[in-house]
Write a protein that binds this ligand. Structure first.
Ligand SMILES: NC(=O)c1ccc[n+]([C@@H]2O[C@H](COP(=O)([O-])OP(=O)(O)OC[C@H]3O[C@@H](n4cnc5c(N)ncnc54)[C@H](OP(=O)(O)O)[C@@H]3O)[C@@H](O)[C@H]2O)c1
Length: 293
């Protein structure tokens, strides 16, 4: 077994260089990403542990809770360290019943930016993703010109430093890049869900970060006998192997695994030390075609 050559632990995100292992804050809200967390102190502890570790990239949104996750980030970490990149996303609001509603008008996007600024305690948002969830199940075609132009106007006003796109197709990314600079793309991708293989390689060639959401499978964590047997062989957990595989997959992949547990956070960050041998990579590459979930 030949160990694979070490990979770079960092990649650029806008005008910063961040550690490729970051943290996704969505799990800090209540069940269904709605309302307060079951354990407020535990949520603060996760964020403080992340900040005390090498995490310098946190993914969030004001529609988690809504407002709750950003307010917890502010409570745990404000004043924010200069090197911390907080990435947020806009394009939805939450109904009183927890529903997710599209919010793409210039007025709603402007309100979303101001809500994020206030709840995070920032003067400028470092990166804002326009989340184009026209279809909840998979990215669906449709012009993004109107909302992205509105977001680019907010960037010109100095409220937003960099812009990214989420839940988008290659056609929408191409359209977006004609309107403004796109520094990152956030779509669903993991060991078992590899629709974006070609897109990731194309973005890598253009130096654009790819930030997979649900890197561990999201609400249905990854389960696969191959993943479990590779993990057992390497003395790691299946989730660590899933993250290590993503780090190997392409240098432009930035990870934002979500957790509400300090123990899981530590395990996830330790995945950066895990070296996957060639034969393990080959086996893991077969997971998606085997139809594992
Ligand atoms: N752009 C979008 O539309 C979009 C959509 C969804 C998510 N996101 C972003 O992507 C981030 C990541 O997605 P996600 O949090 O939904 O899914 P994920 O990272 O794939 O998985 C999170 C789930 O895995 C569990 N988990 C985490 N670490 C674990 C470990 N070491 N061992 C066992 N279980 C572990 C968590 O439970 P515990 O809490 O018990 O650890 C949670 O149930 C989110 O935080 C959010 O910022 C973006």
């Amino acid at each position: 077994m030949t160990p694979i050559t070490a990979y770079s632990p960092t990649y650029k995100l806008g005008d910063r260089v961040v550690n490729r292992l970051g943290y996704g804050a969505m799990q800090l809200a209540g069940p269904g990403v709605f309302g307060p967390p079951k354990d407020h102190a535990a949520a603060l502890a996760v964020l403080r542990e992340a900040a005390a570790s090498e995490v310098d990239h946190i993914d969030t949104s004001d529609f988690y809770g809504p407002h709750v996750t950003n307010q917890i980030i502010r409570e745990a970490l404000h004043p924010h360290r200069d090197d911390l990149v907080i990435v947020t996303k806009i394009g939805a609001t939450r109904g009183a019943d927890g529903s997710w509603n599209p919010a793409f008008s210039p007025a709603k996007l402007t309100k979303a930016v101001h809500d994020n600024l206030r709840n995070l305690g920032l003067d400028t948002l470092n990166v804002v993703n326009l989340r184009c969830m026209f279809d909840p199940h998979h990215p669906a075609e449709g012009s993004i010109e109107a909302p992205l132009t509105a977001l680019a106007d907010l960037q010109r006003k100095g409220l937003v430093r960099h812009i990214g796109l989420s839940h988008v197709t290659p056609t929408q990314i191409a359209e977006g890049r004609r309107i403004c600079e796109i520094v990152c793309v956030q779509n669903q991708y993991n060991l078992a869900h590899r629709d974006d293989d070609e897109l990731i390689d194309a973005l890598a060639r253009d130096g654009i970060a790819y930030v997979p959401y649900f890197p561990l499978g999201g609400f249905t964590p990854l389960q696969s006998s191959t993943l479990s047997s590779v993990a057992a062989r390497l003395g790691a957990t299946p989730m660590q192997v899933a993250l290590a595989w993503l780090l190997r997959r392409s240098p432009n992949i930035l990870l934002i695994p979500g957790t509400s547990s300090v123990k899981h956070l530590r395990e996830n960050l330790a995945a950066g030390e895990l070296v996957l041998p060639d034969d393990a990579i080959e086996e893991l590459n077969g997971v998606a075609s085997a139809g594992a979930i």
